[in-house]
Design a protein around this ligand. Structure first.
Ligand code: SAH
Ligand code: SF4
Ligand code: F3S
Length: 442
């Protein structure tokens, strides 16, 4: 009998990619995937440490899992619990001290050890070294035939924003070699993929060294240019960029390469220069706005999304108003916004001028209201227009399909023919909250 495994993924797309890779590695090693958490031989929790609430989810899930484990033991069965991801990296052995039903703790750069861990006894319980190169070398191509795929090209972060755990949980920046990325994407496209999202904590600082057979600096723009040559790859996206790393190489690629989608997720966090400085973001509000204008000049269809943190220590009402005025000036197509959450080990967490939870909540609600207004205005512009939609999935209703516009807006259509993987011209007829309904034109 094959041993079964269950994976739960928290956090960002990088974790989704890692979970997919673990899934592939385990299947290749003779394990069998299950969605039944109560009756699995192995439970893998791929965790996120970014905010307190994200981290705490792990411990509430572990509480439940340890009950399942005891229930299984009564029946003479085992349940191995593996905690992987960013909480694993940050807390290491502490996780086992806090909940002794956990068998293994595996950091994001060690996921390649999981099949061995589960097969061999005494392979060690805690694996949290930074082994990015080994990790990517030991991963296999996915069997997935998804239309839109996430492909990690860069991992780790050297920026050390004062509030953020990522440089500690993912380690130093590491970029995968261009040829490995090309091979993985080429394989994905052969299996039906039409769109890739290149992932990195700082994907815009991607850098490797061999290009067209020669020793030469390769940047994100070159990487996009190279993979665009794969004929059946239709759309290229990337995530997440830092404003300081967006260079002309990348902007030119957007301007000249039709496969580059005109949508840029460009976190700013705050619109106050004082707060940006203490956050160690290393740019001003004006510089950010100028950058968005420069990009729009080169790529007029470009739309932006962003991340915001409200209530950072020392943020005053005036600082917050600067964030609001930035939002009203740039008019983001969509955004993510969060209340500041102090994270252990980060410089911001030892600052004492905290904002109360009440203030954070009030500012977050207000900001989200304004972000929604802009998102709605952006979306409304699409009504009655024709737009190219890549159909990626089946909808919830019969004969319904879902796809995305170049600006990542979801669109639903009906058809009796299978549309998966096709790019269609669709006339947008209706908008319900954040998703569209349309009619196929071609
Ligand atoms: N690499 C990306 C994002 C990483 S984390 C970047 O440079 O922006 C994703 C988002 O989580 C961040 O953009 C930030 O808005 C939010 N975030 C990170 N740490 C946080 C904290 N301590 N409290 C609240 N939000 C946080
Ligand atoms: Fe975190 Fe800043 Fe690095 Fe983004 S750039 S991952 S916010 S440290
Ligand atoms: Fe969370 Fe780690 Fe991603 S902390 S946001 S899973 S890099």
């Amino acid at each position: 009998m094959h041993k079964s495994f269950f994976i739960k993924t928290y956090g960002c797309q990088m974790n989704n990619y890692d979970s997919e890779k673990i899934n592939d590695l385990l299947v290749l090693n003779g394990f069998e995937k299950t969605d039944d958490i109560e009756n699995t031989d192995i439970a893998i929790l791929n965790t996120c440490h970014i905010r307190e609430r994200a981290s705490e989810k792990l411990y509430s899930d572990l509480g439940r899992l340890s009950i399942y484990k005891k229930n299984r033991e009564k029946l003479g069965k085992k349940l191995s619990i593996v905690v992987m991801g960013c909480v694993a990296q940050a807390e290491g052995e502490e996780i086992i001290n806090r909940n002794n039903s956990v068998d293994y703790v595996v950091g994001p750069q060690n996921i390649q050890v999981i099949p061995t861990l589960l097969k061999k006894k005494d392979f060690g319980k805690v694996h949290i070294d930074f082994l990015s190169e080994e990790k990517f070398k030991s991963l296999t191509f996915s069997q997935s035939n998804k239309i839109s795929r996430l492909i990690t090209v860069q991992e780790g972060c050297d920026k050390f924003c004062s509030f953020c755990v990522v440089p500690y949980t993912r380690g130093a920046e590491f970029s995968r070699p261009l040829e490995d990325i090309y091979a993985e994407i080429n394989d994905a496209v052969e299996k039906g993929c039409a769109e890739v999202t290149l992932l990195g904590q700082n994907v815009s600082s991607y850098e490797s060294s061999i290009y067209e057979g020669k020793e030469k600096k390769v940047e994100l723009g070159n990487l996009c240019n190279t993979i665009a040559k794969i004929p059946n790859l239709k759309r290229i996206r990337y995530l997440t960029s830092h404003p300081n790393d967006i260079n002309n190489n990348l902007i030119d690629e957007h301007a000249n390469n039709k496969k580059m989608m005109p949508f840029l997720h460009l976190p700013i966090q705050s619109g106050s220069d004082k707060i940006l400085k203490v956050m160690n973001r290393k740019h001003t509000k004006r510089e950010y706005i100028e950058l968005t204008k420069k990009i729009k000049l080169a790529v007029p269809q470009m739309a932006f999304s962003s991340d915001f943190i409200v209530g950072y220590p020392g943020e005053t009402e005036e600082d917050f108003e600067n964030t609001v005025s930035l939002v009203n000036e740039v008019k983001f197509a969509s955004s993510y916004s969060f209340a500041y959450s102090p994270r252990p080990g980060t410089p911001a967490s030892i600052q004492i001028d905290f904002n109360s939870e009440e203030v954070k909540k009030k500012r977050l609600n207000y900001l989200q209201k304004i972000l929604n207004i802009h998102q709605n205005n952006f979306n409304k512009e699409l009504l009655d227009k024709e737009v190219e939609v890549l159909i990626t999935d089946f909808g919830k209703k019969e004969d319904q399909y879902v796809g995305r516009t170049p600006h990542l807006q979801p669109v639903h259509v009906f058809s009796s023919k299978n549309l998966i993987g096709r790019i269609l011209n669709i006339k947008i007829e209706r908008l319900t909250s954040f998703s569209f309904h349309g009619k196929i034109l071609n």
